[in-house]
Design a protein around this ligand. Structure first.
Ligand SMILES: [Zn+2]
Ligand SMILES: [Zn+2]
Length: 345
């Protein structure tokens, strides 16, 4: 079988590897498609702080069970699955309180360990989630970003009846806004500076879509939610300007959830946080229930993922070149890309 390694910034190499055999408790997966994520792009650019080359990238995977090892009862050949790619210790304090996503020894497949840009992978059954058999073949790869969206909404508290604003209409922001709506928010607003991303959010049924090149976030929230304002604001961008505008638009007693990846420290209007009793909470990836919720929401149609995949790059011929082509396309056309995937069939 082949696998593709990112060996240095901007450099992919195809490698022949032996097809793995599932050990006891493991499942052999045949990979169908892999989503390309913002963190993959950081790795490609050599700007990811916590990884080392070489690595098989890819942590958003759609796969089919090919074979099961001894002792595996929950999965059978032919099952459509996705992988929750976090590897945690289960012993540190965050693990003991159920926040495995911030385990002190957390490693992520496709970042710290080999991921899924390869034909087959064998891994423990506990990392898998079964997806409905009638789910579109590529959608299991979208459960990872959707789980991030679900997790970010939950970090804001109980979404039922809440007014929730999401800043950033890329994949994570879109998933967070759709998840908020599906999980019972009273009102959902999404804001961005990209017209195509806002149009897409509108097509997904988000009722308030604000172009912040034309209006301030505070005004958009006022128009959408009235005097009550936003109970929760999710930062799905992760640049100083986004979080500063969020603090300016937050109501007294709002919860602000930071799920975007900030690259550098910067100074913040802390007096607003203190005087207005704003709760500023960080959010990282997901826990297992968030993944299960993502699959349930997508499977029931409460979240619409149709159209989220904007580009497909077949990997069958010249895998390294296909990946390189995909990343070059994303670099050259950021406005056109919601989610690009590489397909193996
Ligand atoms: Zn991802
Ligand atoms: Zn741990």
């Amino acid at each position: 079988m082949f696998q593709v390694k990112l060996t240095a910034p901007y450099t992919f190499e195809t490698e022949e590897a032996e097809k793995p055999r599932p050990a006891e408790g493991q499942v052999l997966l045949k990979v169908c498609s892999v989503g390309i994520c913002g963190s993959d792009i950081q790795m490609y650019h050599g700007r990811h702080k916590y990884m080392t080359y070489p690595v098989v990238i890819g942590h958003e995977v759609s796969a089919v069970v090919e074979e099961t090892g001894a002792g595996v009862r929950d999965f059978a050949p032919g099952d459509r699955v996705t992988v929750e790619p976090q590897i945690f210790c289960g012993k540190c304090y965050p693990c003991l309180i159920g926040r495995f996503n911030v385990c002190e020894k957390l490693e992520v497949m496709g970042v710290h360990r080999d991921g899924f840009c390869r034909e087959y992978a064998a891994l423990g059954a506990s990392y898998l989630h079964r997806c409905p058999a009638d789910m579109k073949e590529e959608w299991p790869a979208l459960m990872e970003p959707l789980a991030v969206g679900v997790g970010s909404v939950k970090r804001g508290g109980d979404p039922r009846g809440a007014n929730i604003a999401v800043v950033g209409a890329g994949t994570i922001g879109n998933c967070a806004a759709q998840a908020a709506k599906a999980m019972g928010a009273a009102g959902v607003l999404i804001a961005d500076i990209s017209a195509p991303k806002l149009e897409f959010a509108e097509r997904c049924g988000i009722e308030h879509c604000a172009d912040t090149t034309k209006t301030s976030l505070a005004d958009a929230i006022g128009r959408a939610f009235g005097p009550r304002g936003a109970d929760v604001i999710i930062d799905a961008v992760g640049v100083p300007a986004s979080l500063s505008s969020i603090l300016g638009a937050a109501r007294r007693s709002s919860v602000v959830v930071v799920t975007g990846n900030f690259k550098e420290p910067f100074s913040l209007e802390v007096p607003i946080i203190q005087r207005q009793e704003i709760s500023l909470v960080g959010h990282m990836m997901y826990v297992r229930e968030d993944f299960a919720d993502a699959i349930r929401l997508a499977g029931s149609g409460a979240v619409n993922l149709g159209g989220l995949i904007t580009q497909r790059f077949p990997i069958a011929r010249g895998p390294a070149a296909a990946l390189k082509g995909a990343f070059e396309f994303i670099d050259a056309h950021p406005a056109q890309v919601m989610k690009a995937i590489v397909t193996f069939s």
